[in-house]
Design a protein around this ligand. Structure first.
Ligand SMILES: [Zn+2]
Length: 342
């Protein structure tokens, strides 16, 4: 192309109501316009939008600054576009948008394959990563309301004791080497079957029962360690990952077609049981141990917690506690993990 093809068009710049005549040509990947005053405006071609059809054979282009370029003579426009090499770039653009659709399709196929090949956990982790934070907030609030209605009552701990626990945990987090997730600590009382307990919900809700606060009233490091364990579940989004895994298992259609309400009904029960996988528990334990170490507090304090939970179960003739943290077995592996720490 020796001389660029020039076309006379009208420019609606969005500021004045009347269009102004401009000369338009394409040069080195830019669309250039010269107005009546001789000013030349330049726009990268890839940022100009070319709607495919216009009424009455009119042709238009949308400029990145909000202006609209308009031509009444469709034939002259098309000839100019051909001579300027615009047809090629339109084809490229179409290919790009087609490629986006193809990528989305490939992702869907890959997710389905991932479920088949690697199973639900990895596929649901991928889903959790793309879910908006509002979804997690909503699920967390509903789960807390459901668990409250079923198992919990307002705390009867003295406010000063609650404040002290909150402040001690905040102090632990201040020495954390990494960033810590947002969380809200809720104090609740519960009957003997729930007992000394703690749990973490999506959206950063951490529940601590009065019984656990009392069980560890002389062991601030253990109590802080338990809360740090729960915060580890928050940090790694274990609650959300469990919910999505269960949803995928229960009904692949539920998530994709959007009948999410049926899934939500079972969320409090699911999260209340906190039946996390061993891997999730190891991650949360490691998080707690790192937190305690960074604060110069002894992770072995957690051994006291395990011992007292076991004693509580024996006293109350329970094989296990039905919900949450206390349902995690204080097995030898966990004891070794905290016991070996300096
Ligand atoms: Zn846990």
């Amino acid at each position: 192309m020796d001389q660029p093809a020039i076309l006379l068009l009208e420019l609606f710049d969005g500021r004045s109501a009347r269009p102004q005549p401009v000369q338009a040509w394409v040069k080195a990947g830019t669309l250039q316009l010269r107005n009546a005053e001789g000013q030349v405006l330049s726009y990268p071609l890839r940022r100009v939008r070319w709607p495919e059809r216009q009424r009455h054979g009119q042709r238009q282009a949308q400029l990145p600054d909000g202006g609209v370029l308009s031509g009444d003579d469709a034939r002259a426009w098309d000839q100019w576009a051909r001579a300027s090499g615009l047809r090629e770039s339109l084809l490229v653009r179409w290919m790009q948008s087609w490629r986006r659709v193809a990528v989305a399709m490939a992702l869907l196929v890959a997710t389905t394959l991932a479920i088949g090949v690697w199973g639900i956990p990895l596929a649901s982790d991928a889903l959790v990563a793309v879910l908006p934070p509002q979804a997690e907030q909503m699920i967390g609030e509903r789960a807390l309301a459901g668990i409250d209605a079923r198992w919990l009552k307002p705390s009867t701990l003295p406010p000063a004791r609650r404040e002290a626990i909150t402040a001690d945990f905040a102090a632990l987090l201040r020495t954390s080497p990494g960033t810590t997730p947002d969380y809200r600590l809720h104090f609740r009382s519960a009957d003997k079957s729930v007992g000394p307990n703690a749990l973490a919900l999506p959206g950063g809700h951490i529940v601590l029962t009065d019984a656990l606060a009392q069980l560890l009233s002389d062991q601030p490091d253990a109590l802080a360690g338990v809360l740090a364990h729960e915060l580890g579940h928050v940090q790694r989004q274990h609650g959300m990952r469990m919910v999505v895994q269960a949803s995928l298992l229960a009904s692949l259609n539920g998530l994709i077609i959007g009948d999410f309400s049926a899934v939500l009904v079972s969320v409090p029960t699911l999260l209340g049981q906190q039946a996390y996988s061993r891997d999730f528990e190891r991650e949360a334990d490691a998080y707690a141990r790192d937190m305690l170490r960074a604060a110069g507090r002894s992770p072995t304090a957690m051994l006291v917690f395990f011992e007292r939970i076991e004693a509580y179960k024996k006293d109350h003739a329970m094989s296990s506690l039905p919900i949450a943290l206390a349902s995690h077995p204080a097995n030898e592996e966990r004891k070794r993990f905290f016991g070996a720490a300096p």
